[in-house]
Design a protein around this ligand. Structure first.
Ligand SMILES: [Fe+2]
Ligand SMILES: [Fe+2]
Length: 273
């Protein structure tokens, strides 16, 4: 039996009734929740890897809460560079977090501990894991021998997308030195921030990042400051975690082209030998 969950990222909410990059972020999240209710009612949780809002206003977190409250399972949120911890906690009173302010927490499941990290640097777009946060991660990894999955906003390595690579996790090597002794237990790394579907393997750890729920990063590897965003469709990732594998399905949930009818469409038949 798999542990099934949804991974969303970068919904970048703003107060209701406004547009950002010509997109209504609330309408996007509303459509996404509609589809989740219909398509994956058996999911057990939703993880949102940061940039919950675009400018961190309380009104934007209220919009987020209103939509997430429609889900029949818990939604776990992480901080991105566009977020504001206190404004988030003022709206999400019950959300797990560390007593001393960071929104880091671990969710225990039958398959693995799901460890959610807070990479927000209050003053920069890039991410940081300060000594306090790194010590928390180390203590957690030391305290158990269960498999773990890691969730965070900022990728801890360059992906080649020049416009995003300048804002990675700044102290990625310090993070690596903490997790390296436990890397055999790290089953997968989930992150956001890139506003594109990207997956692969980092130093032996598989990773995945879904597209944003709103605007996307252009498929352009060289321009560090493009003056446009991509209108490519949003994605939610559906994750099934089994004892021996983690399967990530990327779903373009707003895709609405008519289905190709396999019985009546034009098909190329196998040549007779
Ligand atoms: Fe971000
Ligand atoms: Fe973002």
């Amino acid at each position: 039996m798999a542990y099934r969950f949804v991974h969303l990222s970068d919904p970048q909410l703003i107060p209701a009734g406004h547009l950002n990059y010509d997109i209504d972020p609330q309408a996007r999240l509303n459509s996404c929740v509609d589809r989740l209710l219909k398509e994956v009612p058996d999911a057990q949780a939703c993880f949102i890897t940061g940039d919950l809002t675009h400018w961190g206003e309380k009104e934007a977190y209220q919009v987020l809460k209103k939509e997430l409250d429609r889900l029949p399972y818990p939604a776990y949120c992480m901080m991105g560079n566009h977020d504001h911890r206190q404004n988030f906690l003022d709206i999400f009173h019950q959300h797990p977090h560390q007593g001393d302010r960071f929104i880091q927490f671990s969710i225990q499941t039958q398959m693995a501990d799901l460890v959610c990290l807070d990479t927000l640097d209050d003053r920069k777009r890039s991410g940081i894991l300060c000594d306090k946060r790194l010590a928390w991660i180390e203590d957690l990894l030391k305290s158990s021998d269960k498999p773990v999955c890691l969730f965070m906003h900022h990728p801890p390595f360059e992906t080649g997308l020049a416009s995003m690579d300048r804002d990675n996790l700044l102290n990625a090597e310090a993070f690596w030195s903490v997790i390296k002794p436990y890397k055999e237990r790290v089953r997968h790394l989930f992150f956001g921030h890139l506003h594109r579907c990207v997956s692969g393997n980092w130093r032996g750890i598989s990773f995945s990042c879904p597209s944003s729920l709103v605007h996307q990063t252009p498929f352009n590897f060289d321009n560090p400051k493009p003056d446009y965003v991509s209108p490519e469709p949003p994605v939610y990732n559906l994750v099934d975690m089994f004892a021996d594998r983690v399967v990530v399905h990327a779903h373009n949930f707003l895709h609405d082209s008519p289905a190709i009818q396999s019985r009546t469409c034009q098909r190329y038949q196998k040549p007779e030998s």
